[in-house]
Design a protein. Structure first.
Length: 415
């Protein structure tokens, strides 16, 4: 074994795992396991600890380096694990020199985690990420300046910072020239893009600039956004630019205004509904996904039902649902807690609602023709990000018209 990376958490972490694996390989590391952790829930941190112990049992001679958001916010906890060789912070993991140095249990370098809040730049090497030749992920933003009461991520990722317009366009152009057919813009708080750049160009400006200056890019997609921060250029791009894919994943978290206030979210229930209704009016084929937390402190049954109802009122199709998990150091951890059992039961009910909405969406696709990007010879993604199983093999990276004949409850079936 040379270098193995075990990744927890978000798409951004997955992209960065590719960059750090490449850096470690280029540094000549051998028998190295990197655990790139997530801190979004206490369960994610616990799962990382369990995985580290298992990896050590299976690989007694390997170095194990722990990095990522959980390592950033709780470095000493991971350093105390006898299985761990070294702990690297989120900024340190992206530096080539971090992987060039030899590792040792008795050195002063065993824990290298600096103050993430002092980081003010997002390096260009962060924005490379590939899935075969079909899709590339380009990180244009990192960090977050908001302070939602449940969230530890700003302390793992640091302040919001953006990659300049020109650098992003150059990167997209190189990826397209290398055969990529779809670019996905990613970030921790994507709609805060540009607030730290000269002239403060918003995300919509970046989207329009990419589409204008890279005319041979077939498809552009944006990942999770905060709807209340969607700027006018972004709304216009969604409405008018066919190469911008009609799929948005929005951070909603709850459907009750009091719970949203206690979460310190920046939108109301009515604003969430208005956003989805207006965008669907501007682009009828748009598909929405959303993040939700169930069992947030003080949440009552009626407040939870408001979240259930919001799924229908917004017409949400793809749900990411998490039972509330208190994170030490966050305001929500000090609020009156809902029992873990109730939080999990509500999460299950919300997931079942999401499953029903997905089935409705998949059924509505039957008989339609969709341009589908082949991620491999057997499956692809529609413009609305639904997974399609091909009736016959397709060339990876090709965009092919398919007629939808049915579905199996999870993916569409091509005729």
């Amino acid at each position: 074994m040379s270098v193995e990376v075990v990744t927890f958490g978000c798409r951004l972490n997955a992209n960065e795992s590719e960059a750090i694996r490449k850096a470690a390989v280029e540094a000549g590391r051998e028998n190295l396991i990197i655990v790139n952790t997530c801190a979004v829930t206490a369960e994610a941190t616990a799962q990382a600890r369990q995985t580290i112990r298992k990896l050590r049992r299976l690989n007694p001679a390997s170095d194990i380096v722990v990095t990522g958001c959980a390592a950033q916010v709780e470095p000493q906890m991971f350093a105390a694990l006898p299985e761990v060789t070294q702990v690297l912070g989120n900024a340190e993991k992206m530096k080539a020199e971090s992987w060039a140095a030899p590792f040792g249990l008795d050195t002063d370098e065993r824990v290298k985690v600096d103050d993430i809040m002092s980081v003010r730049e997002t390096a260009l090497h962060l924005i490379d990420g590939m899935q075969g030749m079909a899709r590339a992920f380009v990180q244009v933003q990192n960090g977050c300046d908001h302070r939602c009461t449940f969230c530890i991520i700003p302390f793992g990722r640091g302040p919001s910072r953006s990659v300049g317009l020109g650098a992003v366009v150059d990167q997209v152009r190189r990826l397209v020239d290398n055969g990529c057919r779809e670019i996905v813009l990613t970030g921790v708080d994507l709609t805060s893009y540009g607030s730290d750049l000269p002239g403060q160009p918003p995300l919509g400006k970046l989207v329009l600039t990419i589409l204008k200056l890279v005319p041979n890019l077939p498809r552009l997609r944006i990942s999770s956004i905060d709807a209340v921060e969607a700027d006018a250029d972004l709304i216009r791009a969604i409405a008018e630019e066919e190469r911008l894919m009609p799929h948005l994943h929005i951070s909603l978290q709850a459907g009750d205004d009091l719970i949203l206030k206690r979460m310190k979210r920046r939108h109301t229930r009515d604003q969430a509904i208005e956003f989805c209704v207006n965008l669907r009016r501007l682009r009828s084929d748009i598909v929405f996904g959303a993040d939700f937390i169930t069992g947030f402190p003080t949440e009552t049954e009626s407040q939870f039902r408001a979240t259930l109802d919001l799924v229908s009122e917004c017409g949400l199709t793809h749900l990411h649902v998490f039972p509330f998990s208190p994170r030490p150091g966050t305001p929500a951890a000090r609020m009156p807690q809902v029992s873990r059992q109730i939080a999990k039961e509500r999460a299950q009910r919300l997931r079942e609602k999401g499953d029903d909405m997905l089935l409705r969406h998949l059924s509505g696709e039957i008989g339609r023709q969709r341009m589908t990007l082949a991620e491999n010879p057997n499956t692809g993604r529609t413009e609305g990000f639904a997974l399609v199983k091909f009736a016959r093999p397709a060339e990876t990276g090709s965009i092919v018209p398919v007629t939808i004949a049915g579905h199996d409850g999870a993916k569409l079936l091509a005729a």
